[in-house]
Design a protein around this ligand. Sequence first.
Ligand code: NQM
Length: 346
Amino acid sequence: MRGGTSKGAYFLAGDLPADPGARDGLLLRIMGSPDPRQIDGLGGAHPLTSKVAVVARSADPEADVDYLFLQVAVDAPEVTDRQNCGNILAGVGPFAVERGLVPAGDTETSVRIRMRNTGELAVATFPTPGGRVDYTGGAAISGVPGTAAAVVIEFPQGAGPLLPTGNVRDTVAGTEVTCVDNGMPVVLIPAAALGADGYGTPADLEQDTALAGRLREIRLAAGRLMGLGDVENSTVPKLTLLAPPRDGGAVATRTFIPVRCHTSIGVLGAASVAAGLRVTGGVGEGIARLPDSGDRVRVEHPTGFLEVDVDLDPSSPVVRRTAVVRTARKIFDGTVFPRPAATAAP
Ligand code: NQM
């Protein structure tokens, strides 16, 4: 399924091995990793198209289904559950209805999803006229051609602290940053502080080896400060460069996830950026042009924008509610034939 601006394989938990090692080995072979082209599997040769959702009925009375997100590395034999994904999340509700885990309503269905990577809850609402998922509709999201049915995703108050270092600003590897986590750990960095082009294309930014070196230093130091330990081989924290908006939004962003530059921005990544901008005293001050509180924060990114509804008490600071609109689409449903384990790439 496509979920938002990502694409991945969605599985019922019961269809995969229960042992995480066996499960991850199978997923690597299904996606065709490790291989920069993922030529022998379903993966699309980019972290945004090498993703997996594992969905099951939930035992939690507050949730209908459990969703475990797994990032399958493209050119390394790695599968990680250390990060969540709000884009793949957009397909979880429709998948749960398609697979009979949740009964569909007559016009629309709301699915309460326990996101097992973070323990947090999301509620996804989407059209199900006549009790069937309808993927067609008029909602457009930047980074995806055409329009589709809106999947409205709401996140009640997050579980962890919004400012994981306890500070609004930290000086990390010689650069002032704001470390924020509204569902995704993100380090906010003024692009100008690194001499980087905050409006550059992802391809150009990825080729800047000096920038990559600075980002790596910041990531390793910020990861420790954020309580994430050694993040050398982790996909979090993400790094978002901030620049003044230029398309009527609140801020221009370029996000590293954490090495490749995102062609748009992650959903939870954008939720963290929007919350971080709303916190008084963050590094976004003087760069972002924020709308009145109550209005959506429009986060500009390389292929358009993502609007985030974030209701935040800036004094605590605590996020009371976050919401976004995404779309999703079922692309195919069937049997995958993974590369046999015996012929795995060296
Ligand atoms: O932040 C990419 C994506 C993501 C994650 C990444 C995401 C999110 O765009 O919620 O969706 O940051 O690795 O799919």
